[in-house]
Write a new protein. Sequence first.
Length: 264
Amino acid sequence: MQAEATSPILLFDSGFGGLTVLSALRERLPDAPVIYVADTAGLPYGEKTEAEIAARVAGLLGRLAERYHPRLICIACNTASTIALGMVRDVLEIPIVGTVPAIKPAAALTQTGTIGLLGTAATIRQAYVDKLEAEFAKKKRLLRHAAPDLVAAAEDKLRGKPVSVDRVADAVRGMVLQAGGDTIDTVVLACTHFPLLEDELRAALGEDIRFIHGAEGIARRIEHLTQGQEFRRDKPDLALLTGPVEPNLLPALEPYGLLRMEKL
């Protein structure tokens, strides 16, 4: 069934990390109407159980699909995708695009054969990540590290709070202290929040480190799935928060094309 021209693309994340995906999407589909959903009442996801995340994500996306009739939903969150993507696809009859750690391109790019993987605790322990490692990085060394404070740091940075390089360095130190950590040349940012801190990560880990994340690939996938569809924006794009509305955030969201904010 052909989507209405004003039917939005819905981007969903636990917080505002998905803005990194939205930025890449704007480059490819500047006319596409977008609703960005931040589950700020549920943040952080990385410390929750798989059952809690699956139930929460499926429930919220079911409500959102019923209310806003999106043409496509992007789960712009690695944790939610690695846990709930299959369940959501089973329940909803619209295209669902997920976010998975960019292990495949990292394995192709590393020169030393040692790849760092930064994510939430929930993401890095998933069997999905084991599968990606076995399929694409079998002959590489993948050093996984949970860096939950990077999520909080990214949210702080977006809100204009200072984030020191020392704070970021503390969050990732456990990755480089693992055996072989001194040979890491490529780091997978397996959380959509983390590219918001790329400058601080580069200062903490070194100028020679290559950072890989999935935003461009996700944007290409969305462009492919909506090829030939008409886009028309009849109102400014919307940010929906499950937690309290934060009017002070609007200036930070405007560069991403989000000019309105409401509570879900």
